[in-house]
Design a protein around this ligand. Structure first.
Ligand code: UD1
Length: 430
Protein backbone atom coordinates (compact mmCIF):
# COMPACT_ATOMS: atom_id res chain seq x y z
CA UNK A 1 0.00 0.00 0.00
CA UNK A 2 1.44 3.35 -1.03
CA UNK A 3 2.34 5.83 1.67
CA UNK A 4 4.12 9.15 1.84
CA UNK A 5 7.13 9.44 4.07
CA UNK A 6 8.00 13.06 4.83
CA UNK A 7 10.81 14.70 6.77
CA UNK A 8 9.48 18.10 7.72
CA UNK A 9 11.10 21.38 8.55
CA UNK A 10 12.35 22.55 5.15
CA UNK A 11 10.77 25.78 3.85
CA UNK A 12 9.38 25.21 0.35
CA UNK A 13 11.22 27.44 -2.09
CA UNK A 14 11.03 27.78 -5.87
CA UNK A 15 8.52 27.61 -8.70
CA UNK A 16 5.71 25.17 -9.29
CA UNK A 17 3.47 24.85 -12.35
CA UNK A 18 -0.21 24.18 -11.81
CA UNK A 19 -2.13 21.71 -14.00
CA UNK A 20 -5.61 21.84 -15.46
CA UNK A 21 -8.63 22.07 -13.17
CA UNK A 22 -9.86 18.58 -12.24
CA UNK A 23 -13.41 19.66 -11.56
CA UNK A 24 -13.65 21.55 -14.86
CA UNK A 25 -12.11 18.60 -16.70
CA UNK A 26 -14.72 16.19 -15.34
CA UNK A 27 -17.57 18.31 -16.73
CA UNK A 28 -15.73 18.90 -20.00
CA UNK A 29 -14.98 15.20 -20.60
CA UNK A 30 -18.64 14.35 -20.10
CA UNK A 31 -19.64 17.22 -22.40
CA UNK A 32 -17.27 15.86 -25.06
CA UNK A 33 -19.58 12.83 -25.36
CA UNK A 34 -22.28 15.17 -26.72
CA UNK A 35 -20.49 15.79 -30.03
CA UNK A 36 -20.19 13.24 -32.84
CA UNK A 37 -16.98 14.77 -34.15
CA UNK A 38 -13.56 14.55 -32.54
CA UNK A 39 -12.91 16.85 -29.60
CA UNK A 40 -9.36 17.67 -28.50
CA UNK A 41 -8.87 18.63 -24.86
CA UNK A 42 -5.60 20.12 -23.67
CA UNK A 43 -4.25 20.88 -20.18
CA UNK A 44 -6.01 17.78 -18.89
CA UNK A 45 -4.80 16.88 -15.39
CA UNK A 46 -3.36 13.37 -15.26
CA UNK A 47 -5.10 12.33 -12.06
CA UNK A 48 -7.06 9.26 -11.09
CA UNK A 49 -10.59 10.75 -11.22
CA UNK A 50 -9.98 11.89 -14.80
CA UNK A 51 -8.59 8.53 -15.85
CA UNK A 52 -11.57 6.73 -14.32
CA UNK A 53 -14.01 8.97 -16.21
CA UNK A 54 -12.12 8.35 -19.46
CA UNK A 55 -12.45 4.60 -18.84
CA UNK A 56 -16.16 5.09 -18.26
CA UNK A 57 -16.53 6.97 -21.55
CA UNK A 58 -14.62 4.19 -23.31
CA UNK A 59 -16.92 1.60 -21.69
CA UNK A 60 -19.98 3.16 -23.39
CA UNK A 61 -18.29 3.27 -26.79
CA UNK A 62 -16.26 6.50 -26.80
CA UNK A 63 -12.97 6.37 -28.69
CA UNK A 64 -10.20 7.74 -26.48
CA UNK A 65 -6.86 8.76 -27.97
CA UNK A 66 -4.51 9.83 -25.19
CA UNK A 67 -2.12 12.01 -27.22
CA UNK A 68 0.02 12.49 -24.12
CA UNK A 69 -0.49 12.74 -20.35
CA UNK A 70 -2.23 16.09 -20.65
CA UNK A 71 -3.94 15.92 -24.04
CA UNK A 72 -6.77 13.66 -25.06
CA UNK A 73 -8.85 13.28 -28.22
CA UNK A 74 -12.34 11.90 -27.79
CA UNK A 75 -14.62 10.71 -30.55
CA UNK A 76 -18.07 9.84 -29.23
CA UNK A 77 -19.67 8.76 -32.53
CA UNK A 78 -19.85 5.17 -31.28
CA UNK A 79 -21.25 6.00 -27.85
CA UNK A 80 -24.39 4.10 -26.91
CA UNK A 81 -26.13 5.34 -23.79
CA UNK A 82 -26.14 1.88 -22.27
CA UNK A 83 -25.68 1.69 -18.56
CA UNK A 84 -22.63 3.35 -17.10
CA UNK A 85 -22.31 0.77 -14.37
CA UNK A 86 -18.68 0.13 -13.91
CA UNK A 87 -16.90 -0.56 -10.67
CA UNK A 88 -14.71 2.48 -11.35
CA UNK A 89 -17.70 4.71 -11.88
CA UNK A 90 -18.94 4.10 -8.37
CA UNK A 91 -15.68 5.58 -7.16
CA UNK A 92 -16.09 8.97 -8.74
CA UNK A 93 -18.80 11.38 -8.05
CA UNK A 94 -18.57 13.16 -11.37
CA UNK A 95 -19.71 10.02 -13.20
CA UNK A 96 -23.13 11.62 -12.87
CA UNK A 97 -22.22 14.21 -15.50
CA UNK A 98 -22.71 11.42 -18.04
CA UNK A 99 -26.34 11.52 -17.02
CA UNK A 100 -26.82 15.12 -18.20
CA UNK A 101 -24.63 14.56 -21.27
CA UNK A 102 -26.38 11.34 -22.45
CA UNK A 103 -29.83 12.62 -21.56
CA UNK A 104 -29.17 15.74 -23.66
CA UNK A 105 -27.81 13.85 -26.62
CA UNK A 106 -29.71 10.54 -26.62
CA UNK A 107 -32.72 11.43 -24.44
CA UNK A 108 -31.80 8.36 -22.42
CA UNK A 109 -29.22 7.81 -19.71
CA UNK A 110 -28.42 5.12 -17.17
CA UNK A 111 -25.71 5.84 -14.64
CA UNK A 112 -24.83 4.21 -11.32
CA UNK A 113 -25.47 6.34 -8.26
CA UNK A 114 -22.34 8.38 -7.64
CA UNK A 115 -19.57 7.71 -5.14
CA UNK A 116 -16.75 10.12 -4.33
CA UNK A 117 -15.15 11.45 -1.17
CA UNK A 118 -17.12 10.85 2.00
CA UNK A 119 -17.38 14.46 3.12
CA UNK A 120 -21.11 14.61 3.73
CA UNK A 121 -24.43 13.18 2.60
CA UNK A 122 -24.17 14.74 -0.90
CA UNK A 123 -27.75 14.42 -2.22
CA UNK A 124 -28.52 14.77 -5.95
CA UNK A 125 -32.13 15.96 -5.70
CA UNK A 126 -31.36 19.23 -7.52
CA UNK A 127 -29.89 17.36 -10.51
CA UNK A 128 -32.99 15.19 -10.76
CA UNK A 129 -35.32 18.15 -10.27
CA UNK A 130 -33.60 19.92 -13.18
CA UNK A 131 -33.86 16.91 -15.51
CA UNK A 132 -37.53 16.47 -14.63
CA UNK A 133 -38.19 20.16 -15.31
CA UNK A 134 -36.71 19.62 -18.79
CA UNK A 135 -39.32 16.89 -19.35
CA UNK A 136 -37.38 13.75 -18.43
CA UNK A 137 -38.79 10.81 -16.54
CA UNK A 138 -36.19 10.02 -13.87
CA UNK A 139 -36.20 6.97 -11.62
CA UNK A 140 -33.78 5.07 -9.42
CA UNK A 141 -33.73 1.30 -9.91
CA UNK A 142 -31.22 -1.19 -8.50
CA UNK A 143 -28.62 1.45 -7.69
CA UNK A 144 -28.94 3.05 -11.12
CA UNK A 145 -30.33 6.44 -12.06
CA UNK A 146 -32.37 6.06 -15.26
CA UNK A 147 -33.53 9.13 -17.17
CA UNK A 148 -35.70 9.07 -20.33
CA UNK A 149 -37.44 11.69 -22.40
CA UNK A 150 -39.37 11.77 -25.69
CA UNK A 151 -37.88 15.20 -26.07
CA UNK A 152 -36.32 17.72 -23.72
CA UNK A 153 -37.97 21.13 -23.51
CA UNK A 154 -36.32 24.27 -22.14
CA UNK A 155 -37.58 25.31 -18.71
CA UNK A 156 -37.18 27.91 -15.99
CA UNK A 157 -35.38 26.16 -13.13
CA UNK A 158 -34.64 27.58 -9.69
CA UNK A 159 -32.05 25.64 -7.66
CA UNK A 160 -32.92 25.41 -3.96
CA UNK A 161 -29.23 25.35 -3.02
CA UNK A 162 -26.19 26.64 -4.86
CA UNK A 163 -24.74 23.47 -6.36
CA UNK A 164 -21.83 23.06 -8.73
CA UNK A 165 -22.79 19.54 -9.76
CA UNK A 166 -26.44 20.23 -10.55
CA UNK A 167 -25.62 23.47 -12.36
CA UNK A 168 -23.20 21.65 -14.69
CA UNK A 169 -25.38 18.56 -15.13
CA UNK A 170 -28.57 20.43 -16.00
CA UNK A 171 -26.61 22.84 -18.24
CA UNK A 172 -25.32 19.82 -20.20
CA UNK A 173 -28.80 18.42 -20.80
CA UNK A 174 -30.33 21.84 -21.55
CA UNK A 175 -27.66 22.59 -24.19
CA UNK A 176 -29.44 20.10 -26.48
CA UNK A 177 -33.04 20.69 -25.29
CA UNK A 178 -35.63 22.38 -27.48
CA UNK A 179 -36.05 26.05 -26.61
CA UNK A 180 -34.88 28.28 -23.84
CA UNK A 181 -33.71 27.27 -20.36
CA UNK A 182 -33.01 29.64 -17.50
CA UNK A 183 -31.07 28.34 -14.49
CA UNK A 184 -31.55 30.57 -11.44
CA UNK A 185 -29.43 30.48 -8.27
CA UNK A 186 -26.75 28.78 -10.37
CA UNK A 187 -23.27 28.13 -8.99
CA UNK A 188 -20.62 30.60 -10.22
CA UNK A 189 -17.38 28.62 -9.84
CA UNK A 190 -14.70 29.11 -12.51
CA UNK A 191 -15.20 25.52 -13.65
CA UNK A 192 -18.87 26.25 -14.45
CA UNK A 193 -17.67 29.01 -16.78
CA UNK A 194 -15.09 26.65 -18.27
CA UNK A 195 -17.66 23.93 -19.03
CA UNK A 196 -20.00 26.56 -20.56
CA UNK A 197 -17.16 27.96 -22.69
CA UNK A 198 -16.30 24.46 -23.84
CA UNK A 199 -19.94 23.73 -24.78
CA UNK A 200 -20.12 27.06 -26.63
CA UNK A 201 -16.96 26.17 -28.53
CA UNK A 202 -18.86 23.04 -29.67
CA UNK A 203 -21.72 25.21 -30.90
CA UNK A 204 -23.92 25.53 -27.80
CA UNK A 205 -25.59 28.83 -26.95
CA UNK A 206 -25.03 29.50 -23.24
CA UNK A 207 -24.89 32.94 -21.68
CA UNK A 208 -24.39 34.15 -18.13
CA UNK A 209 -22.15 31.35 -16.79
CA UNK A 210 -20.23 32.86 -13.87
CA UNK A 211 -23.32 34.75 -12.70
CA UNK A 212 -26.23 33.25 -10.81
CA UNK A 213 -28.52 33.25 -13.87
CA UNK A 214 -27.48 31.07 -16.80
CA UNK A 215 -29.49 31.30 -20.04
CA UNK A 216 -29.29 28.44 -22.48
CA UNK A 217 -30.82 28.40 -25.95
CA UNK A 218 -30.92 24.75 -26.96
CA UNK A 219 -29.25 23.75 -30.24
CA UNK A 220 -29.79 20.63 -32.36
CA UNK A 221 -26.29 19.23 -32.27
CA UNK A 222 -22.75 19.94 -31.10
CA UNK A 223 -19.59 19.74 -33.19
CA UNK A 224 -15.91 18.98 -32.63
CA UNK A 225 -13.58 21.52 -31.03
CA UNK A 226 -10.14 22.07 -29.54
CA UNK A 227 -10.08 23.39 -26.02
CA UNK A 228 -7.59 24.01 -23.17
CA UNK A 229 -8.85 23.59 -19.60
CA UNK A 230 -8.33 26.40 -17.06
CA UNK A 231 -5.73 26.01 -14.29
CA UNK A 232 -6.75 24.30 -11.06
CA UNK A 233 -7.64 26.86 -8.43
CA UNK A 234 -7.48 24.29 -5.61
CA UNK A 235 -4.12 22.81 -6.58
CA UNK A 236 -2.77 26.38 -6.70
CA UNK A 237 -4.29 27.23 -3.31
CA UNK A 238 -2.80 24.07 -1.80
CA UNK A 239 0.73 25.12 -2.81
CA UNK A 240 0.05 28.66 -1.55
CA UNK A 241 -0.88 27.28 1.89
CA UNK A 242 2.12 24.94 1.84
CA UNK A 243 4.37 27.98 1.25
CA UNK A 244 2.91 29.78 4.27
CA UNK A 245 2.87 26.74 6.59
CA UNK A 246 6.55 25.97 5.85
CA UNK A 247 7.56 29.68 5.93
CA UNK A 248 8.72 29.40 2.37
CA UNK A 249 8.84 31.39 -0.87
CA UNK A 250 6.90 29.77 -3.71
CA UNK A 251 5.94 31.14 -7.11
CA UNK A 252 2.83 29.32 -8.27
CA UNK A 253 2.77 29.47 -12.08
CA UNK A 254 0.05 28.91 -14.69
CA UNK A 255 -2.80 30.28 -12.58
CA UNK A 256 -5.58 32.82 -13.03
CA UNK A 257 -4.98 35.11 -10.01
CA UNK A 258 -8.61 36.32 -10.09
CA UNK A 259 -9.77 32.76 -9.27
CA UNK A 260 -7.50 32.74 -6.21
CA UNK A 261 -8.72 36.01 -4.67
CA UNK A 262 -10.55 34.51 -1.68
CA UNK A 263 -7.49 32.39 -0.84
CA UNK A 264 -5.06 35.26 -1.38
CA UNK A 265 -7.18 37.50 0.88
CA UNK A 266 -7.02 35.00 3.75
CA UNK A 267 -3.28 34.38 3.38
CA UNK A 268 -2.71 38.15 3.46
CA UNK A 269 -4.71 38.31 6.70
CA UNK A 270 -2.40 35.60 8.02
CA UNK A 271 0.56 37.88 7.32
CA UNK A 272 1.92 36.31 4.12
CA UNK A 273 3.31 38.53 1.38
CA UNK A 274 1.70 37.90 -1.99
CA UNK A 275 2.75 39.29 -5.33
CA UNK A 276 0.43 38.83 -8.29
CA UNK A 277 1.57 38.54 -11.89
CA UNK A 278 -0.48 37.98 -15.06
CA UNK A 279 -0.48 34.20 -14.68
CA UNK A 280 1.42 33.55 -11.45
CA UNK A 281 1.39 34.40 -7.75
CA UNK A 282 4.40 34.50 -5.44
CA UNK A 283 3.74 33.66 -1.81
CA UNK A 284 6.34 34.49 0.82
CA UNK A 285 6.11 33.85 4.56
CA UNK A 286 9.00 34.67 6.84
CA UNK A 287 7.49 34.18 10.28
CA UNK A 288 4.75 32.34 12.14
CA UNK A 289 1.38 33.30 10.66
CA UNK A 290 -1.41 35.24 12.35
CA UNK A 291 -4.79 33.75 13.21
CA UNK A 292 -7.91 34.58 11.23
CA UNK A 293 -11.46 33.34 10.75
CA UNK A 294 -12.67 31.51 7.65
CA UNK A 295 -16.13 30.49 6.51
CA UNK A 296 -16.50 28.33 3.41
CA UNK A 297 -19.02 29.58 0.85
CA UNK A 298 -19.88 29.04 -2.82
CA UNK A 299 -17.65 31.00 -5.25
CA UNK A 300 -16.53 33.78 -4.96
CA UNK A 301 -16.45 32.83 -1.27
CA UNK A 302 -13.71 30.75 0.31
CA UNK A 303 -13.79 27.26 -1.29
CA UNK A 304 -14.72 24.28 0.87
CA UNK A 305 -12.03 22.36 -1.04
CA UNK A 306 -9.42 24.67 0.55
CA UNK A 307 -10.76 24.44 4.10
CA UNK A 308 -8.47 21.65 5.38
CA UNK A 309 -5.31 23.16 3.87
CA UNK A 310 -6.12 26.58 5.37
CA UNK A 311 -7.00 25.05 8.75
CA UNK A 312 -3.67 23.18 8.89
CA UNK A 313 -1.89 26.46 8.18
CA UNK A 314 -3.89 28.24 10.91
CA UNK A 315 -3.09 25.45 13.37
CA UNK A 316 0.45 26.87 13.34
CA UNK A 317 -0.60 30.51 13.90
CA UNK A 318 0.07 32.48 17.05
CA UNK A 319 -3.53 32.73 18.24
CA UNK A 320 -7.06 31.37 17.94
CA UNK A 321 -8.93 31.01 14.63
CA UNK A 322 -12.46 29.92 13.88
CA UNK A 323 -13.14 27.92 10.71
CA UNK A 324 -16.77 27.38 9.74
CA UNK A 325 -17.67 24.76 7.12
CA UNK A 326 -20.97 25.69 5.53
CA UNK A 327 -21.05 23.40 2.45
CA UNK A 328 -20.39 19.82 3.63
CA UNK A 329 -21.09 18.48 7.12
CA UNK A 330 -18.30 15.93 7.35
CA UNK A 331 -15.21 17.86 6.45
CA UNK A 332 -13.23 17.93 9.70
CA UNK A 333 -12.15 14.30 9.69
CA UNK A 334 -8.49 15.29 9.44
CA UNK A 335 -8.64 16.96 12.87
CA UNK A 336 -8.09 13.69 14.77
CA UNK A 337 -5.07 12.93 12.58
CA UNK A 338 -3.68 16.40 13.11
CA UNK A 339 -4.10 15.97 16.88
CA UNK A 340 -1.54 13.14 16.67
CA UNK A 341 0.89 15.78 15.45
CA UNK A 342 0.12 18.02 18.41
CA UNK A 343 -2.55 20.31 16.92
CA UNK A 344 -5.08 21.85 19.28
CA UNK A 345 -8.42 21.97 17.44
CA UNK A 346 -11.91 21.56 18.87
CA UNK A 347 -14.76 20.78 16.51
CA UNK A 348 -18.35 21.53 17.38
CA UNK A 349 -20.87 20.95 14.64
CA UNK A 350 -19.67 22.78 11.57
CA UNK A 351 -17.14 24.92 13.42
CA UNK A 352 -13.53 24.27 14.33
CA UNK A 353 -11.87 26.38 16.99
CA UNK A 354 -8.16 26.27 16.28
CA UNK A 355 -5.69 27.25 18.98
CA UNK A 356 -2.42 27.74 17.16
CA UNK A 357 0.69 25.88 18.34
CA UNK A 358 4.32 26.69 17.60
CA UNK A 359 5.03 23.49 15.64
CA UNK A 360 3.76 20.02 14.69
CA UNK A 361 5.60 16.85 15.60
CA UNK A 362 5.84 14.10 12.95
CA UNK A 363 3.51 11.11 13.40
CA UNK A 364 1.93 8.16 11.60
CA UNK A 365 -1.35 9.42 10.17
CA UNK A 366 -3.97 8.56 7.59
CA UNK A 367 -5.56 10.66 4.81
CA UNK A 368 -9.35 10.58 5.23
CA UNK A 369 -10.20 12.17 1.85
CA UNK A 370 -8.64 14.06 -1.06
CA UNK A 371 -8.26 17.62 0.25
CA UNK A 372 -7.76 16.57 3.87
CA UNK A 373 -4.99 14.28 2.59
CA UNK A 374 -3.25 17.20 0.88
CA UNK A 375 -3.63 19.24 4.07
CA UNK A 376 -1.96 16.50 6.12
CA UNK A 377 0.95 16.46 3.67
CA UNK A 378 1.35 20.19 4.31
CA UNK A 379 1.37 19.44 8.05
CA UNK A 380 4.05 16.79 7.53
CA UNK A 381 6.21 19.21 5.53
CA UNK A 382 5.98 21.78 8.32
CA UNK A 383 6.48 19.28 11.16
CA UNK A 384 9.56 18.43 13.12
CA UNK A 385 10.73 14.91 12.31
CA UNK A 386 9.18 12.17 10.18
CA UNK A 387 5.54 11.84 9.18
CA UNK A 388 4.15 8.77 7.48
CA UNK A 389 0.79 9.18 5.71
CA UNK A 390 -1.27 6.33 4.38
CA UNK A 391 -4.48 6.51 2.35
CA UNK A 392 -2.63 8.57 -0.26
CA UNK A 393 -4.69 7.05 -3.08
CA UNK A 394 -7.20 9.78 -2.16
CA UNK A 395 -4.59 12.44 -2.88
CA UNK A 396 -3.85 10.93 -6.28
CA UNK A 397 -7.51 11.40 -7.23
CA UNK A 398 -6.90 15.11 -7.59
CA UNK A 399 -3.20 16.03 -7.52
CA UNK A 400 -0.89 15.25 -10.42
CA UNK A 401 2.62 14.25 -9.32
CA UNK A 402 2.07 15.88 -5.92
CA UNK A 403 5.25 14.45 -4.43
CA UNK A 404 7.34 15.38 -7.51
CA UNK A 405 6.16 19.00 -7.40
CA UNK A 406 6.86 19.23 -3.66
CA UNK A 407 10.31 17.67 -4.12
CA UNK A 408 11.12 20.29 -6.76
CA UNK A 409 10.40 22.93 -4.08
CA UNK A 410 12.81 21.25 -1.65
CA UNK A 411 10.17 19.23 0.21
CA UNK A 412 11.57 15.99 1.59
CA UNK A 413 8.80 13.62 0.61
CA UNK A 414 8.75 10.26 -1.09
CA UNK A 415 6.12 7.75 -2.11
CA UNK A 416 6.97 4.35 -0.62
CA UNK A 417 5.20 1.02 -0.38
CA UNK A 418 7.15 -0.89 2.27
CA UNK A 419 9.05 -0.45 5.52
CA UNK A 420 12.40 -1.05 3.83
CA UNK A 421 11.86 2.01 1.61
CA UNK A 422 10.94 4.07 4.67
CA UNK A 423 14.23 3.06 6.32
CA UNK A 424 16.11 3.86 3.09
CA UNK A 425 14.51 7.32 2.98
CA UNK A 426 15.49 7.95 6.60
CA UNK A 427 19.08 6.87 5.96
CA UNK A 428 19.28 9.06 2.85
CA UNK A 429 17.80 12.14 4.52
CA UNK A 430 19.61 11.63 7.81
C1 UD1 B 1 -18.28 19.97 -6.34
C2 UD1 B 1 -16.84 19.61 -6.39
C3 UD1 B 1 -16.27 19.48 -4.99
C4 UD1 B 1 -16.55 20.75 -4.20
C5 UD1 B 1 -18.01 21.14 -4.28
C6 UD1 B 1 -18.32 22.50 -3.68
C7 UD1 B 1 -16.69 18.32 -8.43
C8 UD1 B 1 -16.50 16.98 -9.05
N1 UD1 B 1 -16.70 18.35 -7.09
O1 UD1 B 1 -18.96 18.91 -5.67
O2 UD1 B 1 -14.88 19.26 -5.09
O3 UD1 B 1 -16.22 20.53 -2.85
O4 UD1 B 1 -18.45 21.20 -5.65
O5 UD1 B 1 -17.55 23.48 -4.29
O6 UD1 B 1 -16.78 19.33 -9.10
N2 UD1 B 1 -26.64 19.64 -2.73
C9 UD1 B 1 -27.96 19.31 -2.53
N3 UD1 B 1 -28.65 18.72 -3.57
C10 UD1 B 1 -28.07 18.45 -4.77
C11 UD1 B 1 -26.71 18.80 -4.96
C12 UD1 B 1 -26.01 19.39 -3.91
O7 UD1 B 1 -28.52 19.54 -1.47
O8 UD1 B 1 -28.75 17.92 -5.66
C13 UD1 B 1 -25.87 20.30 -1.62
C14 UD1 B 1 -24.67 19.47 -1.14
O9 UD1 B 1 -25.06 18.55 -0.15
C15 UD1 B 1 -23.76 20.54 -0.60
C16 UD1 B 1 -24.04 21.74 -1.52
O10 UD1 B 1 -25.29 21.47 -2.16
O11 UD1 B 1 -24.12 20.91 0.71
C17 UD1 B 1 -22.99 21.97 -2.59
O12 UD1 B 1 -22.77 20.76 -3.31
P1 UD1 B 1 -22.27 20.77 -4.82
O13 UD1 B 1 -21.82 22.16 -5.18
O14 UD1 B 1 -23.28 20.14 -5.68
O15 UD1 B 1 -20.99 19.84 -4.75
P2 UD1 B 1 -20.52 18.77 -5.80
O16 UD1 B 1 -20.93 19.18 -7.17
O17 UD1 B 1 -20.87 17.43 -5.29
Amino acid sequence: MDQYIIKGGNPLVGEVTIGGAKNAALGILAAAVMADQTVTIENLPNVRDINVLLQAIASIGGEIDRVNENVVRINAKGVRPTSVDDVFIRKIRASYYLLGACLGKYKHAEVALPGGCNIGSRPIDQHLKGFRALGADVRIEGGMIIADAQKLRGAHIYFDVVTVGATINVMLAAALAEGYTILENAAKEPHIVDVANFLNSMGANIKGAGTDVIRIRGVQSLKGTEYAIIPDQIEAGTFMCAAVATKGDVTVKNVIPKHLESITAKLLEMGAQIEEFDDAVRVVATKRCKPTNIKTLPYPGFPTDMQPQAAVTLALSDGTSIVTESIFENRFKYVDELARMGANIKVEGNTAVISGISGFKGANISAPDLRAGAALVIAGLAAEGYTCIDGIEYIHRGYEDFEGKLQSLGGMIEKVDNDKDIQKFKLKIG
